[in-house]
Design a protein around this ligand. Structure first.
Ligand code: F6P
Length: 531
């Protein structure tokens, strides 16, 4: 049976072909109110999607598709605690972590909110004690905090910590993720073991990278402070047995639940490093910002619903216009890690080729997500975005006001001008005639973009932005009929690494399954023998 997407594709393709005869600039010329009609506000954020080559007819059909795909029902099932992550038999409830309305959220007959509030309260107490110096490690007050984690146990808190740097008045925060020993060595090189607190962040508490980094950190502290080393560790995990086995007492372990996916976990105990940095109150404001987006997603009609519109424009680009990539371009240096966070959110969620029922999909799913902050990206990959053979839809993110900068206001004004100029250049392009007949200077134009403009980047706005993207990814997963909440694609490589590592340890590669892996392993051993 065809999926709603397959059923709608002929209609959408016809709309695309009809729109191909007009330019996006032409759509603006035809409709002086286009910006007003093709933008939506949420508090002090404006989502402008007017620079996409779509008209109200195309938007209406896309929203009809969202409806037919059952987005509203699926959304209510997620918020309602149903086990929508069917391949792992789990509910998906990161929204409960920021349920500031404190309405009951029932999973298998039990309200999860008291547990959520309990952990948030314990995190708040601990964070305050660390910040005030009431909590001491062997060398006294904590001066540095190192979060050891990877994937969702790193990307969210690392991105948020950088984004909210002006709010940071606690100990210095550091993040270690990579299994490459250079990551932890370089981080520890400038730290004093006596005044460093380590947060071992791992939902499973079995992840290879995190566990080896945690053990190396423990040895480093132990060497300096002996038996007091354990005082320097706390844990964020769902696996209490493993945290205890590591030697971290329950009072310094902050739990969460199987219904919090790794890439959605910064709202849970995984946010502890951020909370220590910015303080519990600002962390709660961050949750409130996300809650605002949750309510908007639940309550706004689809034509005013930012995540639904973002998602359906993405469907238009991916499935109707066959565009393989999507760039996220924050004109905000503190959002430098936002693209990396979004890569995990989007590509780990929607990089799937089978439907929930296990059938192969015969349409495209998640795009390749990439990005860098503007204006840096302008001097790197924008050439391809403007003139390359692949059209790349872009999201521009920008704040009207700078925060916590001590330089002339001109910096921010110039950045804003650059941001607006880029989306305009992508859309309007430059004809051969305008280029003085030089084909090298021609820009095709009609290159689509959205702009997310907000008053300033603060904890509330960051929470809102992140949650809007989470819901966008969710809606697309529903339209594609895939499970956005599992990640089986990361397993095979992990398994093979476990088979290859012993060959390197034993210095014999006879068991290699193919001549490339075998040849490379032998060459590695040769290089290593030479030192
Ligand atoms: O890469 C796979 C993954 O399971 C991610 O989904 C997750 O965020 C990451 O590993 C880390 O997992 P954990 O928090 O269990 O260490």
């Amino acid at each position: 049976m065809p999926t709603p997407l397959q059923e709608f594709l002929p209609r959408l393709n016809a709309l695309r072909d009809r729109l191909a005869s007009t330019s996006t600039t032409g759509l603006f010329n035809d409709d002086p109110d286009r910006f007003t009609r093709f933008s939506v506000s949420l508090g002090s954020l404006v989502f402008d999607y007017s620079k996409n080559r779509v008209d109200s007819g195309a938007i209406a059909v896309l929203l009809e598709l969202a409806d037919a795909a059952g987005v509203a029902k699926a959304r209510d099932a997620m918020f309602g605690g149903q086990k929508i992550n069917s391949t792992e038999d789990r509910a998906v409830l990161h929204t409960a972590l920021r349920n500031r309305a404190d309405k009951p959220v029932v999973v298998e007959g039990r309200d999860v909110m008291p547990d959520v509030q309990d952990v948030l309260g314990r995190m708040g107490e601990f964070a305050s004690e660390v910040r005030s110096g009431q909590f001491q490690v062997s060398g006294g007050k904590v001066r540095d905090v190192v979060n050891i984690g990877i994937g969702g146990s790193d990307l969210g808190p690392r991105m948020v910590a950088k984004a909210l740097a002006p709010w940071q008045d606690g100990p210095r925060l550091h993040f270690v993720a990579n299994i490459d020993g250079a990551d932890i060595s370089d981080t520890l090189a400038s730290l004093d073991p006596a005044t460093t607190l380590f947060i071992v962040a791992s939902k499973s508490f079995t992840t290879q990278e995190t566990m080896i980094n945690a053990r190396s950190a423990f040895s480093w502290v132990e060497k300096a402070v002996g038996s007091a080393a354990a005082e320097h560790f706390c844990a964020l995990s769902t696996n209490l047995e493993a945290t205890r086995e590591f030697g971290i007492p329950d009072e310094r372990t902050f739990g969460f639940w199987s219904w919090v996916g790794g890439r959605y976990s910064v709202w849970s105990a995984i946010g502890l490093s951020v909370m220590i940095g910015i303080g519990p109150e600002n962390f709660r404001t961050f949750l409130e910002g996300a809650h605002q987006a949750d309510r908007h997603f639940q309550e706004a009609p689809f034509e005013q619903n930012i995540p639904v519109l973002m998602a359906m424009l993405g469907i238009w680009h991916r499935n109707v216009c066959s565009l393989p990539a999507h760039a996220v371009l924050p004109y905000d240096n503190r959002l430098a890690r936002f693209p990396a966070w979004l890569q995990q959110l989007d590509m780990e969620s929607n990089g799937k080729a089978v439907t929930i029922a296990g059938d192969a999909v015969n349409y495209e799913t998640g795009p390749i997500i990439f990005g860098e902050p503007g204006t840096n990206g302008q001097h790197a990959f924008y050439q391809l975005i403007h003139q390359g053979t692949t059209v790349v839809p872009c999201d521009f993110l920008v704040a009207a006001n700078p925060v916590g900068t001590d330089v002339p206001e001109e910096h921010h004004r110039l950045m804003l001008a650059n941001c607006l100029a880029q989306s305009e250049a992508l859309m309007t392009g430059r004809t051969l005639e305008e280029a003085g007949g030089d084909p090298h200077k021609v820009f095709s134009g009609n290159r689509p973009s959205n702009t997310l403009l907000y008053d300033r980047l603060d904890p509330f706005m960051l929470g809102t932005l992140m949650a809007l993207y989470e819901h966008k990814v969710f809606v697309q997963g529903i339209v594609w009929g895939i499970n956005s909440f599992d990640q089986w694609g990361v397993e095979l490589g992990k398994q093979l690494a476990q088979e290859i590592e012993p060959m390197l340890a034993k210095q014999t590669v006879s068991e290699a399954s193919n001549s490339s892996t075998g040849g490379l392993a032998r060459t590695i051993l040769g290089f290593r023998a030479r030192g």
